[in-house]
Design a protein around this ligand. Structure first.
Ligand code: UGA
Length: 374
């Protein structure tokens, strides 16, 4: 473990973050560590996004697996010592859901269950990052004419919208089901044992350090931003799964961190709530996203030929394998976040893509400025 001894940290607010080294966690750490009253007990096996934070005097970092999150490795003591507990540990990569369904279920449900139990046992406020994917598909997608005319058929509202998933044979839904069941466990602990909780449902956060770029930081099929980035960097075609008709609403990681900090600042408003954290303005089809990304990449790289970068269509069976099924659309209702947290997102999709693409271009593009992840 790195960081200073406990004695010199007395009087601080201690936040235990499981999974602090991922995309969201690394940005939350950066922001929280700027507050001198906060000490972070942060656990994650992966240090690749934390290089600039390791050794910080108020970060007690432990390099360990969240699969070890039972009582045996000090988790209970860490939870007991914390004022607030945050769970960010998850396996969040659609290519894994249908190809490695058991790993997906274990990492997103079974491994985290004891963690939730310990929070209930020790009366801790648990802020749990779930997913917008618990909503599954929209009602509209099941209607004969796919009618998106009525928001009641596609907009997701935390406490009223039904959660609609496809059949068991479409193993895409292992992740959403595991995350949904964990939400239900947390809610049941709240109702039966008084567990203080806040559930956050992220809607496609984008930003620097989001995912590994295949062939550079790892291998496999990451989420769409990294897939398109790698195509641009490698001058290979961007691939639109099933025509790129699915829609996503993109939120800047900085807007997301701001929402999270408002929850910490307003426990009376945030406790006992599920929050959608996303953007309503930045909605695009995946095809539109590909077009936007190649235009921004052309600007960032100074090479106008990227405006015509090739885009091809590919079937989901070919791209993800058997058992993939897509979420058609994700539009968050943000009334609760606005009313209880006074939060509204600020970043436009153009600004988000520009920041993120510049980050990856500086790391890996031709004529890049640096070679290290910061
Ligand atoms: C994933 C996770 O499953 C969610 O839990 C998580 O909330 C979300 O990412 C997120 O980032 O917040 P999803 O949006 O389906 O959900 O993941 P992506 O892999 O980013 O796919 C988005 C869309 O792009 C899908 O329609 C997919 O088929 C498509 N896609 C992906 C392409 O057309 N081409 C690619 O190269 C990659």
């Amino acid at each position: 473990m790195t960081g200073v001894g406990m004695d010199s940290l007395k009087g601080s607010k201690r936040i235990f973050i499981l999974g602090c080294g991922g995309f969201i966690g690394s940005h939350i750490l950066e922001s929280l560590l700027a507050d001198e009253t906060i000490v972070i007990d942060g656990w994650d096996p992966d240090t690749s996004r934390l290089g600039h934070l390791l050794g910080h005097p108020r970060l007690l970092y432990r390099q360990c697996l969240f699969g070890d999150a039972g009582t045996s490795n000090g988790t209970e003591a860490a939870i007991e010592a914390a004022d607030i507990v945050v769970n960010l540990a998850a396996l969040c990569n659609p290519a894994e859901y249908n190809n490695n369904p058991l790993v997906t279920i274990y990492k997103n449900f079974c491994d985290i269950l004891p963690f939730v139990e310990l929070c209930a046992k020790h009366d801790k406020w648990l802020l749990h990052f779930s997913t917008s994917e618990v909503y599954g598909r929209t009602i509209a997608s099941y209607l004969r004419d796919n009618d998106y005319g009525d928001p009641d058929y596609f907009e997701f509202e935390e406490d009223t919208t039904p959660l609609i998933m496809g059949p068991i044979v479409n193993q895409r839904w292992t992740y959403a089901s595991a995350k949904q069941l964990l939400e239900r466990v947390i809610y049941a602990y709240h109702k039966e044992n008084g567990l203080d909780f806040t559930i956050i449902r992220p809607f496609n956060f984008f930003g620097p350090r989001m995912d590994y770029i295949p062939g550079r930081e790892g291998n496999g099929v990451p989420r769409v931003l990294a897939c398109f980035m790698s195509a641009l960097l490698d001058r290979t075609p961007m691939q639109l799964v099933d025509g790129g008709k699915a829609r996503r609403s993109i939120l800047s990681i900085h807007d997301a961190v701001a929402a999270f900090e408002l929850m910490l600042d307003r426990p009376d408003k945030a406790k006992g709530q599920i929050f959608n954290i996303g953007s309503r303005e930045n909605e695009v089809t995946i095809q539109e996203l590909a077009h936007l990304m190649r235009a921004v990449y052309a600007d960032v790289s100074g090479d106008p030929s990227y405006k015509e970068h090739p885009i091809v269509e590919v079937s989901s069976d070919e791209f993800y394998g058997e058992g993939y099924e897509d979420c058609d659309r994700r539009v968050p209702n943000l009334d609760k976040a606005s009313q209880l947290l006074s939060w509204t997102p600020e970043w436009s999709i153009d600004a988000i893509l520009r920041e993120t693409i510049t980050y990856y271009y500086d790391l890996y593009g031709e004529g890049r400025k640096s070679k290290t992840v910061t």
